[in-house]
Design a protein around this ligand. Sequence first.
Ligand code: HEM
Length: 223
Amino acid sequence: MNQLLIWDFPIRFFHWSLVILMGGLFYTGFTGEMVWHFKLAYVVLTLIFFRIFLGFFGSTYAHFNSFLFNPLEIFTYFKNLFNPQMEKHYLGHNPLGGLSVIVLLSLILAQGISGLFTTDDIASEGVLYSLVSSKTASFFTTFHKTNFNLIIAMVLIHISAIYFYLFYKKENLIKPMITGYKITEENPILKPVKMWVALIFLLISTLLVVIIVNLPILLKLFK
Ligand code: HEM
């Protein structure tokens, strides 16, 4: 048996920071504490950009192409979900898990971007609200509210799936997402991402969000 590092620090940092921040966003969204809602949203956007970098240049199982499977493989995995003899084992995300990760990341990215253009027609406006027409802003506002329900649904499915694996399949996926390690008979060659490279991705992601948030000022300056 080998103890393999599947989820390196950048992925674990991304995941658990996202969980805390999403909790904060749900809370501030409900209570109407919009100053904090916006601040947390900028950090979430930064994290999502960071995750996109890791999806191309991160460690082996962070790569999008390590968990983007073709529809047939996803269907076959789903068909054999309750058939342990036929079920194939995956060290990183399985085909269904991979699909749900892509959906979750896309929904959160769309939520963050749409939030930049929204308005509550009273006191709060997204930082890019002034750049679009009121019709476009109204579209983004409706989208932001609808997409929120989809995120809630996906998070509930995500957490239920994790507990389905824990109690029905007797596979603890939570521990590896905390420690990073999985115990397995397999011995693949793993490519971790260097910490300084991850830090550069994080800095670039932060810079991208700073530019987005200050876009109206920058556009005025360069006009
Ligand atoms: C707001 C709540 C949550 C969000 C938005 C979220 C999002 C995600 C995302 C995006 C991934 C993919 C990780 C990556 O490859 O970058 C993931 C994986 C994972 N999450 Fe969450 N998560 C949430 C809550 C939780 C909670 C509460 C738990 C634990 C009970 C959990 C356990 C896991 C595990 C174990 C994985 C790895 C699954 C696997 O082995 O394929 N998540 N989550």
